[in-house]
Design a protein around this ligand. Structure first.
Ligand SMILES: Cc1cc2nc3c(=O)[nH]c(=O)nc-3n(C[C@H](O)[C@H](O)[C@H](O)COP(=O)(O)O)c2cc1C
Length: 384
């Protein structure tokens, strides 16, 4: 497995189509999904020759936490479907690689177990699924477990239309009617290894971090409907701010105006993100939105970005445009689906080695020194 695409191919072979498509797909025509990746290709390097860099410093600091290289793991819902070890394996691999992990609310493992799987920073991404009471319970548990900060995702007013999911019968597969599942069963039988592991793991995971008072862990039968009822607003952010003393990261920012609003609401960092092209299709690729947000923030808080990162050179380009670090979503989730903990570890090894090699080829000794002089951006971006 030489690059992330290799992990993607193995994931494709290992997990049923419905699971792979959930992971791999994007919203509607998947324009933003493709553009996220293409935007990195449009940025070219301007290396400095005849410079020997021996000890490359890849370390950076995110919200006071030192990480070994500038990429953390993004929240990925339903990781336990990709592999039974799911979020625990991902957090453990992140910690071992010296970096951070963000746990999605839509997670099958208890947040306490995920937190204790890593010695590194672990953040909790909060959706208001199940309402404010359930969210308050989750926040309290995250505080007690020692989470490093909260990530509030603001681009999910409703779930995006990921057209591959209804074609694969995702809703029926998550539901309780055996009859409704039957038309889709064949595709699972063709992946007996995954199916056996899934059944031994207890079947469809419950959402262990959304406890509905008086009922227990939420069973998420219809993600789209549940998300539509729990849109996070700026007023909610205000409310969360009062309940949570630690740092808050606002994820899903694509404009300077929203970045300024996030600062006004007390955010310690923003993530320039379009949810990996899974929400509003046709929004700009994250990399292209990054300069506007960096300019608007003007050094007041930290700016992270995600979307389309598949190589270490992508990470370097994002840092040249002003990101403190990136989050990676599919790049590690392909590894998780391909081989659990070992697959996530391999994804992180690949990306880290890429970053180091790219820096050395650029003639740059540390990620802290990266700036615009190392890249050329397309003329159409130049006004930014
Ligand atoms: C399968 C999958 C599930 C995701 N679930 C969540 C989630 O629960 N919460 C969230 O804030 N973002 C979620 N995201 C978005 C990621 O956190 C991240 O923004 C995105 O994956 C970055 O793009 P990339 O996959 O190209 O790296 C998900 C992404 C994927 C691929």
């Amino acid at each position: 497995m030489v690059n992330i695409e290799d992990l993607r191919r193995i994931a494709h072979a290992r997990v049923p189509k419905a699971v792979f498509d959930y992971l791999d797909g994007g919203a509607e025509a998947e324009l933003t999904l493709a553009e996220n990746i293409r935007a990195f290709r449009e940025v070219t390097f301007r290396p400095r020759g005849a410079i020997a860099v021996h000890d490359c410093n890849l370390k950076t600091n995110v919200l006071g936490y030192e990480i070994a290289f500038p990429a953390m793991l993004a929240p990925v819902g339903y990781s336990r479907l990709m592999h039974p070890e799911g979020e625990v394996a991902a957090a453990r691999a992140a910690g071992e690689a010296g970096t951070g992990y963000v746990l999605s609310t839509i997670s099958g493992h208890k947040l306490e177990n995920v937190r204790s799987a890593s010695a590194g920073p672990v953040f909790y991404q909060l959706y208001l699924l199940g309402g404010r009471n359930a969210a308050e319970g989750g926040l309290e548990r995250a505080r007690k477990a020692g989470f490093s900060g909260l990530v509030i995702t603001v681009d999910t007013a409703v779930a995006g239309m990921r057209e591959r999911d209804p074609r694969n019968g995702m809703k029926e597969l998550m539901g309780s009617s055996v009859l409704a599942k039957l038309p889709y069963a064949g595709k699972f039988l063709s992946h007996p290894g995954w199916l056996l592991a899934f059944l031994l793991d207890g079947g469809m995971p419950k959402l262990e971090n959304i406890i509905i008072p008086g009922e227990g862990p939420m069973k998420l039968l219809d993600v789209a409907a549940a998300l539509a009822e729990s849109t996070v607003t700026w007023e909610d952010l205000h409310w969360i701010r009062e309940l949570w003393n630690g740092p808050i990261i606002v994820k899903g920012i694509l404009t300077g105006d929203d970045a300024r609003r996030a600062i006004d609401e007390g955010a310690a960092a923003v993530v320039v993100s379009n949810h990996g092209g899974r929400q509003l299709d046709s929004v700009s690729p994250s990399l292209r939105a990054l300069p506007e947000v960096v300019a608007a923030v003007n050094g007041r808080i930290e700016v992270l970005m995600d979307g389309g990162v598949r190589r270490g050179s992508d990470i370097v380009k994002a840092l040249c445009l002003g990101a403190r670090a990136v989050l990676i979503g599919r790049a590690y989730a392909y590894g998780l689906a391909a081989a659990g903990h070992a697959g996530v570890t391999r994804a992180l090894q690949i990306l880290r080695a890429d970053v180091e090699r790219t820096l050395r080829l650029l003639g740059c000794g540390s990620v802290a020194e990266l700036n615009r002089s190392y890249i050329e951006i397309p003329a159409a971006w130049a006004r930014l």
